[in-house]
Every structure is written in C-alpha cells, then in structure tokens.
Write a protein that binds this ligand. Structure first.
Ligand SMILES: [Fe+2]
Ligand SMILES: [Fe+2]
Length: 285
C-alpha cells in the first residue's frame, strides 16, 4: 500500500454555497495549518453543478487526497444518477478526488480501511404515512419532481436499499487482517444517531433523517465480525452526537451551521486505534 494516511480532517455538511469567500479562505487556511494527510467530507457540499466546482477548488487549494460522499443537497437541480455520473467523471479528471460511493474499500493502513456511501433518508424508520415533513428534495431532485408523490416512498426505500447493498458488499469482501473500518455516509443509519439539539429524532422526521436499511446492514456486519471495529461518520442533521450501537459499532454525527465552515474533527488513525478530536481552532457553537 501507499504511505499510511494517519491524520484525516473530517468535514460534514459544509454547504459551501452558503459561505462567503472570506469565510472559505480562513477555513482553508486553517485546514492547511492543521496539515492533515487527507480530507473526508460526508456530504452536502453544495448544490447541483457547484459541487464539482467546489471540489475542484478544494483539490487545487489543499492539494491532498479528498474523499467524499454526496448528501441530498448535492443532487439539487439534477437526477440522482446524473449527479453521480458527473462526479464520477470529475474524479477521473482530478486525481486528488475520490467519490467513495463509487469506490471499493480504501486502505488507510495495514489494518484499517475507509469505505463510504451517500446513504438516503429511506422512509423505513418513523412514520412516513403520517409525516408532514416535505423536504426540498421532492421539488429539487428530478427523480422526485418528475414522479407522482405516491411513488416517493418507494423511491426512498429503493435508494436506501441500494446504499445498504453497496456497503454490505464492501464489508463482506474485507480480509480478516482488517480490524478497523471507517464508514463515511451522509444520513445517520440509526435513529439513535439522528441528533437534533441533544435529542434524537421523532417519528415525523425519522423517515427522512435515518437510512434504516444501511443501519441494518451495519449491525449485521458488526455481528459477523465481532473483532473488527466499525466507526461510522455521518452528517445531515447538522447536530452532533455519538451513538454506541454495539461494542464494535459506533456512530459519530457531525455538527454544521449554514454560512460558517467547520472542521468537525481530526481523526488520528493507528494500526489498532482510531480517535476523533475536535481541533483547538474549532469554531465555538
Ligand atoms: Fe446538510
Ligand atoms: Fe443533508
């Protein structure tokens, strides 16, 4: 393998389209000062074509590996398939970029890999039928906008299933010597990891804020490999918290605020440990 990636800066939900240029510049300068080996972004970078523009700027400015998954906002103005296609093409063009959804497990050191998938609020948790939540996704992503609202639930379920299947396959293929897996995704895979102001989600929001099928796949994988640690990083709710789902399955949900840019955590990865810490320069809440 290449040089191990020991220090990774985790960013979630930056929503770059909401950040002013001076905010972006001081955030990028702080990242350069921290000098991580790689950057990991768990979705909601921006919207539509601006996602690719922002990733190009990051690759040019930071000039180091940038691993990412997409969040629901990244699909706005496009169909899910065309947004993914565009980003896959971009990654072919810009060597620093890796779209984890489209990528097999990526070794970080001899015992640790990084995998990732966009995930989706998949209507399998909470009460979809009685929920009054209507995300902008339904107006701004072609798949929903061009289909009858009666079909939305099955589209959500299908996206969640596809995410769960992709992750399950990546996990199944890991060799025994892999004892730590870092899993990057946008939508929390469990209700327990879906934070809002220190509480977890209710039945009204859960259908859109939890990727239940991915959660199930992760639980199964963790049960099948009790000696392997599974550390999940996600965003989407913009409120942070940690959920320990099993001794070997922990989910960290990251903080974000529109208009300000954060460095959620620095990850320090050794052969037998993976630790998160908020950098001293972390913006106060
Ligand atoms: Fe977000
Ligand atoms: Fe989101």
């Amino acid at each position: 393998m290449n040089q191990p990636l020991r220090r990774i800066a985790w960013i979630t939900d930056p929503h770059f389209d909401h950040a002013k240029l001076d905010v972006w510049q001081s955030w990028a300068a702080k990242l350069l000062e921290l000098d991580p080996d790689a950057i990991l972004i768990t979705g909601d970078l921006s919207e539509g074509d601006d996602v690719a523009y922002q990733l190009r700027c990051l690759a040019e400015t930071l000039n180091r590996p940038i691993h990412f998954v997409l969040g629901n906002h990244d699909f706005y103005g496009k169909s899910i398939a065309s947004a993914r296609r565009d980003l896959i093409a971009l990654c072919r063009d810009v060597p620093q970029l890796t779209y984890l959804t489209d990528h097999p497990a990526l070794p970080l050191n001899e015992s640790t890999v990084l995998i990732g998938d966009d995930g989706w609020g998949d209507a399998t948790e909470g009460n979809y039928a009685d929920s009054n939540v209507r995300l902008n996704d339904f107006q701004l992503i072609d798949d929903f906008r061009n289909s009858n609202p009666d079909a939305w639930q099955s589209l959500l379920v299908a996206e969640g299933k596809a995410a769960a299947d992709r992750v399950a396959e990546k996990l199944q293929n890991l060799p025994d010597e892999i004892t730590q897996v870092l899993i990057a995704t946008h939508v929390p895979p469990f209700r327990e990891a879906c934070w809002y102001e220190g509480k977890t989600t209710d039945d009204n929001w859960a259908p859109f804020f939890v990727c239940g099928q991915l959660g199930k796949a992760l639980r199964e994988a963790a049960e099948r490999a009790p000696d392997r640690k599974h550390i999940v990083l996600c965003g989407h709710t913009h409120h942070d918290g940690v959920a320990k789902m099993a001794d070997n399955l922990v989910v960290h949900t990251g903080f974000s605020r529109y208009g300000s840019l954060e460095i959620e955590s620095m990850l320090t990865i050794e052969q037998d440990s993976l630790e998160l810490s908020r950098p001293a320069i972390y913006f106060p809440k």
